[in-house]
Design a protein around this ligand. Structure first.
Ligand code: GLN
Length: 229
């Protein structure tokens, strides 16, 4: 008679993003970013075996519900609508949405200056929902890939982009340098958490691992590496 215990623990499939810098992205065939490294530490503490599955943000909820992936760590903002369908860990990152314009734009100084303007953002994101609630816009244009939205802003095909602050800053510091800028304050505060399906077995273990990596200084080290100075 054999008694099976933790030895046959399942390898979890963890959905990440192929292009959501600097949190999770794929470069030269390698998965990189703050969240990739943070997850590695969480998994160590929680004794979790896993494999990473790079995917598109728009497919994540479906992939979680169908069991194609067990968890998602990809800058997923916690909100009420998503909580109806998914379960979330404790948040591990505080951030928000910002507004961007072309570098030389002077007339769009805040969200009250968007009358008859075209706003670009990522389809299915919290910014897409936010932009959809702004009054009097000409259009909200949804892109599967946010980098195309930043490019269209730089080329003045759209008037404004609304998206996650840290991703926007990363683009401005790299490809968008001298072409686009952030305007005004944070529009909407948000926090990121790990998502999984409802009635899962993982969240308790993951939350205690998140607490441990916060308390032992690991979180701070990673934060400084990716966002510090
Ligand atoms: N934080 C945003 C959201 O949850 C965008 C996430 C992303 O593009 N990966 O919708």
């Amino acid at each position: 008679l054999t008694v099976s215990g933790c030895a046959n623990q399942k390898t979890l499939k963890v959905g990440i993003e192929s292009d959501f810098r600097p949190f999770t992205y794929t470069e030269g065939g390698e998965n990189k970013g703050f969240e990739v490294e943070l997850w590695e530490e969480i998994a160590k503490k929680g004794n979790i075996k896993y494999e990473l599955v790079p995917m598109e943000m728009g497919n994540m909820s479906t992939a979680l519900k169908s069991g194609e992936v067990d968890l998602v760590i990809a800058g997923m903002t916690v909100n009420k609508a998503r909580k109806d369908n998914l379960a979330f860990s404790d948040p591990y990152f505080q951030t928000g949405l910002v507004m961007l314009t072309a570098q030389d734009n002077t007339d769009i100084t805040g969200k009250d200056k968007l009358k008859d303007k075209t706003v670009a953002t990522r389809i299915g994101s919290t910014a897409y929902t936010y932009a959809g609630m702004l009054p009097k816009l000409k259009e909200v244009r949804g892109y599967p890939d946010i980098n195309r939205a930043y490019e269209d802003l730089a080329n003045k095909k759209v008037d404004c982009v609304i998206f996650d602050e840290r991703n926007a800053r990363d683009y401005i510091q790299t490809k968008g340098q001298g072409k686009i800028k952030i305007v005004g304050d944070v529009l909407n505060k948000e926090s990121y958490a790990i998502a999984t399906k409802k009635r899962n077995k993982y969240i308790g273990n993951i939350n205690s691992a998140i607490e441990q990596v916060s308390k032992n200084g690991t979180y701070e080290t990673l934060y400084m590496k990716w966002f510090g100075s």
